[in-house]
Design a binder for this molecule. Sequence first.
Ligand SMILES: [Zn+2]
Length: 459
Amino acid sequence: MSRNNALERVETYFQGGEFFTDLAALVAFETESQNPDQAPILGQYLTDAMVPRLEALGFECVLHKNPDAGGGPILTGARIEDPSLPTILTYGHGDVVLAQTEQWREGLRPFELIEEGDRLYGRGTADNKVQHLINLAALESVLAVRGRLGFNVKFVIEMSEEIGSPGLAEFMEANKDRLKSDVLIASDGPRLQPDRATMFMGARGGISFDLTLDLREGAHHSGNWGGLLADPAIILSHAIASICNARGQIQIPAWRPTSLTDDIRAAINELPVNDGNDPKVDEDWGEESLTPNERVYGWNSFAILAMTSGVPEAPVNAIAAKARATCQLRYVVGTKPEDILPALRRHLDQHGFQQVQIEQHERAFFPATRLDPANPWVKYVEDSLTRTSGQKPHILPNLAGSLPNDCFADILGLPTVWVPHSYLGCSQHAPNEHVLKSVCQDSLRLMAGLFWDIGTGAP
Ligand SMILES: [Zn+2]
């Protein structure tokens, strides 16, 4: 039996409709981790969808209570063929963001997999259900063809990624032995271009916090008091303007990374420029001396996620008492995470904004990670993907988005290689989330090829 047989088998799985049926079954679990009412469904996804499938593959599964009361259950599985063989750890998350049911286009329903042309619509398709399904199906295919994998596999599936993976780091710390492996190979996030594989070896970090200015009790008539009372929205706007200039360039020295070396720059500049259909990249936005790819993969970005003062839906003639902006910094390796908020405090104080309060969001913090591109696993996965598809994958030093990759890279100490199975236009975290059938089909083959290869010898 050959590598080609494994690819053919996974191709049949896709073409014969089993893939669609399996994905539809996963999407039907309403696993919104941001919605406390759905808490029981989080466990059901693991016990009803994941455990039977993993056990059929020969995994020994253990369902764990999350060490953090705010987090959902965690499933681990291990399939040990021979302790002397290399062990691959893989990961997925079965939870999804809120459905936003009312905002989906007519004819679509978040928890029903709906096919339209090359698209399969459903909440959680791209993020992350299709991604772990593809990896499972690829393992199944290699096992069916070869009769064994030729390596050991461990699986972690969490149900709280969309609320910041509470308890995951603590769980990893407590289960280092159980999860001991040689490498993490997992899937989440988008490919840079739908028709070419992407690999990334880390992620930008992220931290969210509120800036609030609460000046007094209640609003006051803007005629009688206008000119007498300080306006919190105006002051907060100036505070924000001191953080970031009008083209989005960060003004706080400690928030500007030191890691954009010539090597990283060269790797980033090999990547295609995002010429995506929507939205168009604003060439005049962000750090002026950098290319757009350097800005998103090699630099930090500051954003206002939401901002209020008064009642925007029903403004009245009054000076508001309070203004609030929810802010976020996405940052790369080379930024000291523990100094992000202290540096902001110092900066605001120096600029006369002592009254502006900083409040870090609970669980809205991901450390940044980045594997050395010279790690042998990078080349190994690259060669395997190239062999299957006939073209070299795009290689990102780190994903622009955030992932709990620090759990694997820092706590478990593993080299981390991510092979994403979605694409940039997938509307993940938005209405009309979908995956492309063509990408899924390609990814099934790539992963079957990769798992086949690992069974013939790891680096
Ligand atoms: Zn997500």
